[in-house]
Design a protein around this ligand. Sequence first.
Ligand code: F3S
Length: 81
Amino acid sequence: AAYTIVDQETCIACGACGATAPELFDYNDEGIAFAILDENKGLTEVPEDLEEDLEDAGEGCPTDSIKISSNPFICTPEKTL
Ligand code: F3S
């Protein structure tokens, strides 16, 4: 299983993630990315067929802002939109 969340403190709105994984990442009005699945809560399991896109997006983010875990992101400070 994989879960993902964008650390919006470090995202520089470069836009790579949404290009790589358009079903997983979108941007807010400031261009800062968020995980589409559950509005950046990181509690919804990424569908298996999107896990490869997720890994590519994670590797492609210049600031390592895409956090990926095999567990849900519960009680993390990154849990904001
Ligand atoms: Fe931000 Fe990284 Fe995406 S900087 S816009 S999370 S590729």
